[in-house]
Every structure is written in C-alpha cells, then in structure tokens.
Design a protein around this ligand. Sequence first.
Ligand code: FQP
Ligand code: MG
Length: 222
Amino acid sequence: MTRIASDTMREQLKVYFIMGSVNCAKPPAEVLAEAIAGGITLFQFREKGSGALVGEQKYELAKQLQHICREHGIPFIVNDDVELALALDADGVHIGQEDEDARIVRAKIGDKILGVSAHNLEEARAAMDAGADYIGVGPIYPTKSKEDAKKAQGPEIIRLLRRHGIAIPLVAIGGVTADNAGEVIAAGADGVSVISAIASASSPETAARQLVRAVQSSKKGA
Ligand SMILES: Nc1nc(C(F)(F)F)ncc1COP(=O)(O)OP(=O)(O)O
Ligand SMILES: [Mg+2]
C-alpha cells in the first residue's frame, strides 16, 4: 500500500461527513446510508460528547458504519481513537492538537490516511512535516457540534494558509452549510466537512445533495 495521492485526497475531501450516535436524530446507520445516497465523498466516525458510546457498543457501531461505507466505496476515517482504527483496519484516522502526536500516529498507521486539525500557520506547517495527508481547518463559523471548539475565524484563515504556501489538501470545518460552503471553497478549501448540517437534517440525503451542489458550483466558478 502507498500513501494516498494529493489529487485523490482533494477529491475525497469535497463533502466530508462526520458523525457519531450523539449527532443523529435517527439511527446512525440510516443517517449514513442517506448521506451516502446524497453524495458524500468521505466519512469520519466521531463518537464523542455527552452520551457517546464506549467500549463494545462503540466498536459495534463503528463496524456497522464501516460496513455501510465499504458497500458504497466511501473511505472510513476514525476520529481520535487510533487503536480502534487499527482494530477495524479503517482507511485512516483524524487527530487534533490535543490528541496523540501526529508523528507517532503516522508511525502506527503506516500508509493509511492521516488527517490533522490545524488552527493557524504554525500548526498547519507542523502537520505537513509530521506526514499529514490533509488538514482540517476551523472552526470557520460558530459550531454547536464540538463542545470545546475554538473561536470561529471565518474563511480568511483558509486564504491566509494558501497565501503562505500551504498547498496540502485542506478541508474546512465548523458551522459549514450549503449556504456558506461556496465562500469556503472560493477561499481555497478543497472541500467542506460537516456534522449537524447533515446529521440533524430531516432528510440527510437532501442535505448532502445540497452541499455537493454548493461545492461543485463554487469549484466550477473558480
Ligand atoms: N474531528 C475533526 N475532523 C476534521 C476534518 F478535517 F476531518 F474535517 N477537522 C477537525 C476536527 C476536530 O478535531 P479535534 O480538534 O481533535 O477535535 P475532536 O476530536 O473533538 O473532533
Ligand atoms: Mg480529536
């Protein structure tokens, strides 16, 4: 296995759905299947926050969601929990600044996809040096999906990183919706990552489809 090519990573980042059981009004498997039908390009299992599953229940839910992703050719990324990602042979992991060191995680996961959160130029450069395949930048807008989220920075942070030569695949996260996705792509993001915009929607399929359209039309306009 070799590391994912940047162009392939950029394609996969287009509409990146992140979810766990606490984010879903309907059964998570149903929400994920609908999101995939709506055209999401990547999925992250993020079982976190008050009421999140742990242990065997968390493992079983992850396996169930990974199976749905595999059936539809959608890469399955695990948030934070590197051991779970290895146990499931997931396609990759996402870690933040407060999680395990990126270099150590890269050594553990070999050529699997490694995503790293970055909030500024220094963190973005460090993530690249540590071998990240993409960076998650945000929160761009205020978010209710992450209890300890930092202050929203707006699309300007994306423009700043690109202006300083940060060319790595980059996904914007934090309060992104179909209404603001266009300005995030125009600022230089390769894709958008969402939790509640899809997970809390009455129709996750429609919500995903609207995000896909918003990203595609912004890229066409580029
Ligand atoms: N989970 C994430 N996924 C992304 C992605 F790029 F994938 F969109 N970007 C950022 C985060 C946030 O990661 P982190 O700062 O560790 O907080 P948490 O573990 O609570 O999510
Ligand atoms: Mg984390």
